[in-house]
Design a protein. Structure first.
Length: 186
């Protein structure tokens, strides 16, 4: 009985060692700079040919996401007609210190409405990020300058954490401010 148990235990130990070695090889070991993957939703702050600057929901600072040299058809289609102020969802992989976009979805948003919330940031006195009392942050931009003088004047006075009420409509680019009223902060 002892003779038959010994070879099985040796075989068991050898198999266990092979499992440990194969898991280490599959994971690339400790020295491999494996890529991390992630997904965020937020507001597109800035766009250029090679990158997107996005403030993820709940983050204080925007983060830069690099675009691939050659986007696949689905990503290329999502990038067409992508404007600042829009809500997006980005799937990315981290390579070294950079986040590289692997997919992108634009959120259409409501066609029109009224929203009340706190100012997160004002950009170029042209558009504002607002965190509504309910729901995720949204971006709202002024319309045509000669028809938006009052809106532009109000945008210049806004500061972080101000309360605003915005009446808006959505065109093919972004939410456009029809009227904006600065409220009292509590």
């Amino acid at each position: 009985m002892l003779r038959s148990a010994f070879p099985l235990s040796v075989i068991g130990l050898a198999a266990f060692g092979l499992v440990i070695l194969s898991n280490s090889a599959l994971s690339g070991g400790e020295n491999d700079s494996a890529t991390d993957k992630g997904k965020i939703a937020g507001i597109l702050i800035q766009r250029d040919k090679r990158s997107l600057l996005v403030r993820a929901d709940g983050d204080d600072q925007p983060i830069k996401y690099l675009l691939p040299e050659k986007a696949d058809a689905k990503l290329a289609a999502a990038l067409k007609g992508l404007f600042t102020v829009q809500r997006v969802q980005i799937t990315y992989q981290t390579v070294g210190d950079t986040r590289q976009v692997t997919s992108l979805i634009r959120f259409p948003g409501k066609a029109n409405g009224v929203v009340t919330g706190k100012v997160i940031a004002v950009h170029d006195n042209f558009w504002v990020e607002v965190k509504p009392s309910k729901g995720p942050p949204e971006g709202f931009a002024a319309g045509v300058p000669d028809k938006s003088r009052q809106v532009l004047a109000t945008l210049k006075t806004l500061q972080k954490d101000d309360t605003v009420t915005i009446r808006y409509y959505t065109d093919f680019e972004r939410h456009r401010i029809i009227s904006i009223r600065k409220g009292e902060n509590k």
